[in-house]
Design a protein around this ligand. Structure first.
Ligand code: AMP
Ligand code: MG
Length: 492
């Protein structure tokens, strides 16, 4: 069933990981399987049998050619450095080559206690597994770089998180699971050779265009490339109202994918200070902070790379600082590109930023739903008859009326017919996101009633985010006050 494994990470020095076999579970049952993804990864599905698949995706049997291991990494968690985190409940089986010739990690998350587990049980409850499945697939469908969900199995065992909950394992696919924290792990031990080997591995895998760079410049170029991907990634998050929730350096992928969907959430009523995570008491990872947290995390990567950038520490700091200072401008350019596309503005104009900020300010004051505002603007671009349904999203209709007029004047500079413009906008503005109350309903039905129907329907809806889906209008609706989710939990 599995395609052949490549063992690139497993061939790195032994100190990069701990070898570890998944701990078998009692009664694995396949509850979700991503067939299109499996096909794109080269899985042989000709004799697909869910019972057999459950055995593989639980880790009860390790596929031939895999060399399971737990990766070592460190990380800043909420600003505090932890020198040794590592995969406490995940096992990397190895990499496979997908249909496009790209290497993809296959990891089982929730596979049992590893040498990095510390006090943890090495397991995952079903709720967070399904949440990650839904949200990562929705992100991918929206065109946002993300790890993917290949399969979910329940284990037939309970995990205790205050109360006993059904256990589950997620099979996660990523361009790699290397994090900023992986670099920090070696740097913190003064293992410069480790940092260098990791950097070479990352360049070979994710930034092959840097292969020819030599000397200190090679590592500065790596930092620059990671910075560019982070700036672009976070801009895309901002464009869909996504709040990651735990942007620790160990949850910051080196290749610029969204990774680790713990207490993440999409905001409904627009509020730049929005925080959902129950553990983010200071609001460190609030929506509007995300670009700056990414920069902070990049500075931690820079610190790990400094000795490789230049033997002269002052010179290395100077070079890295110069680069990091360009981040603000870079992020703003990415963000403006995202927002221009959302507003149907193809030809950049100097006043665009002011126009975008004015819209956001009135959305904030009017407590307008983030997703619906932009989606309905697409309708408004086509016909002023749609204005009423847009204005209805705002607590103060007068707020948006003036702005709409300005925007229409701005659109006069655009080419193409009104319906072309509207269709273009619909491809930049999802109609469907995994709304928190819907996610919660899907998880509850699965956990409490063993009913995966709501999960499956929601998955179908959010993986076609840009299509109007007749009959599914309910899924586009924001939570009623009684349905609203104010807090999300790591639930690990
Ligand atoms: P996370 O909050 O999922 O990003 O995890 C942070 C760290 O805690 C990582 O080193 C994880 O491997 C570890 N961890 C999280 N949950 C568990 C668990 N149930 N058992 C063991 N380690 C865990
Ligand atoms: Mg993590």
């Amino acid at each position: 069933m599995f395609p052949p494994f490549t063992l690139r990470y497993a061939r790195l020095p032994e100190r990069f990981y701990e070898r570890f076999e998944p701990v078998p579970v009692r009664e694995p049952r396949l509850v979700a399987f991503n067939r299109p993804l499996a096909e794109s990864l080269g899985f042989d599905l000709s004799a697909f049998d869910p019972e057999e698949a459950a055995v593989w995706f639980s880790g009860n049997v390790v596929p031939r050619g895999a060399e399971p291991l737990a990766q070592a990494y460190a990380g800043h968690q909420f600003g505090g450095f932890v020198p040794r985190l590592g995969d406490g409940r995940a096992v990397l089986l190895g990499e496979v080559t997908d249909r496009d010739g790209r290497l993809r990690d296959i990891q089982l998350k929730g596979a049992g206690r590893t040498p990095f587990s510390r006090g943890g049980d090495g397991r995952s409850p079903l709720g967070p597994v399904l949440r990650e499945y839904l949200v990562s697939e929705a992100m991918h469908a929206m065109g946002i770089p993300s790890t993917r969900a290949l399969a979910a199995v329940t284990t037939g065992e309970h995990v205790v998180r205050g109360v006993p909950e059904p256990g589950a394992i997620l099979t996660r696919v990523a361009a790699s699971h290397i994090r900023v924290g992986t670099f920090q792990y070696f740097a913190a031990r003064g293992d410069l050779e480790g940092v260098r080997e990791l950097a070479d591995h990352v360049i070979g895998r994710h930034y092959p265009e840097l292969e020819s760079r030599q000397g200190g410049e090679r590592f500065l170029a790596l930092l620059e490339a990671v910075q560019a991907r982070q700036a672009a990634l976070v801009a895309k998050w901002m464009g869909v109202g996504f709040i990651h929730g735990v942007m620790n350096t160990d949850n910051t992928s080196i290749c610029g994918e969204t990774i680790d969907f713990g207490p993440c959430a999409f905001m409904e009523q627009y509020d730049p200070q929005m925080v959902f995570s129950s553990i983010d008491e200071g609001g460190r990872y609030a929506y509007a902070n995300q670009p700056w947290i990414a920069q902070w995390n990049l500075a931690r990567l820079a610190e790990a790379l400094l000795p490789l950038i230049d033997d002269d520490t002052d010179r290395a700091v100077e070079l890295a600082t110069e680069l990091l200072q360009r981040y603000a401008e870079q992020h703003e350019a990415e963000w403006l590109a995202v927002m221009r596309a959302k507003l149907g503005m193809q030809q950049p104009k100097p006043e665009d930023k002011t126009l975008v900020e004015a819209l956001l300010a009135s959305m904030h004051r009017g407590r307008a739903d983030f997703t619906l505002t932009f989606r309905r603007l697409a309708d408004a671009a086509e016909s002023a008859e749609a204005d009423a349904s847009l204005v209805a999203l705002f607590e103060r209709p007068e707020e948006i009326a003036g702005w709409l007029e300005e925007w229409r004047q701005r659109l006069a500079h655009e080419t193409g017919s009104e319906s072309e413009l509207a269709n273009r906008m619909r491809l930049a503005n999802p109609a469907f996101i995994p709304r928190n109350h819907r996610v919660q309903q899907a998880l509850t039905a699965a956990m409490d009633e063993n009913d995966f129907g709501p999960f499956e329907t929601l998955l179908e809806v959010v993986t076609r985010p840009y299509d109007d889906q007749p009959g599914r209008e309910e899924y586009a609706r924001p939570a009623e006050p009684t349905e609203r989710v104010f807090r999300t939990f790591c639930g690990t």
